[in-house]
Design a protein around this ligand. Structure first.
Ligand code: B4P
Length: 190
């Protein structure tokens, strides 16, 4: 099984590149951001609670996202693999993912970290904010907070996966096609 983690700060291109990787490698896409947004759209208690964190650019509590991922793994047993997009985002989430995948007998294959300059991240998110309707993409101070939360809580995961020899840096600047081709080359070596 191929289990890929697509990693990077907000606006690095995780969701964008996931679409290419799913098609190329036939993987199941698990985006915690998308799962949370569909809970919000459905007006569930989980979604209403998560929205409070998301609107401020803060992370949703670990137990909420870990529970969502567990449900999805349980519902997809006979598959080629998964692409985890935006998960894990904390060391606690990474530990939980290792445990869940261990129970399934299929470890993380690699963590692909998209590296993008901060100025470019802000420009991409503000641009998406004009059409997406996402409140967390429309206000520069919320975007700044998301980047700060990434630097403090999520970026330490690079060390976590480096210790497992699973961390791969990918240049996330340039055209979507060029970045997709860099990712494909790296995944081909796993
Ligand atoms: P996410 O949905 O994961 O959103 P994101 O970080 O903004 O990344 P996304 O994948 O959507 O965007 P992309 O970079 O592809 O998270 C949203 C919120 O949900 C979080 O802030 C948090 O509150 C919560 N959450 C989610 N997961 C969580 C977890 N595990 N734990 C706790 N909380 C969690 O694209 C951005 C824009 O750039 C797009 O418009 C795209 O078209 C553009 N773009 C992409 N590549 C480009 C390129 N090469 N050139 C130019 N533009 C490009």
């Amino acid at each position: 099984m191929l289990n890929l983690i697509l990693f990077g700060p907000p606006g690095a291109g995780k969701g964008t590149q996931a679409e290419y990787l799913i098609e190329k490698f036939g993987l199941i896409h698990l985006s915690t951001g998308d799962l949370l947004r569909s809970e919000i759209a459905a007006g569930t208690p989980l979604g209403l609670e998560a929205k409070k964190n998301m609107d401020k650019g803060e992370l949703v509590p670990d137990e909420v996202v870990i529970g969502m991922i567990k449900n999805k793994l349980d519902a997809n047993k006979q598959v080629k693999g998964f692409i985890f997009d935006g998960f894990p985002r904390t060391v606690e989430q990474a530990g939980a993912l290792d445990k869940l995948l261990e129970e399934n007998g299929t470890p993380v294959s690699g963590m692909l970290s998209l590296e993008v300059e901060k100025k470019e991240l802000i420009a991409r998110l503000l641009s998406r904010g004009k059409t997406s309707g996402r409140s967390d993409d429309q206000d520069e101070s919320i975007i700044e907070n998301r980047i700060q939360v990434y630097n403090e809580k999520t970026s330490p995961l690079k060390r976590y996966y480096t210790a497992q020899k699973k961390h791969f840096c990918i240049n996330g600047m340039g055209s979507v096609e060029d970045i997709a081709s860099r990712l494909e080359t790296t995944v081909g070596k796993l």
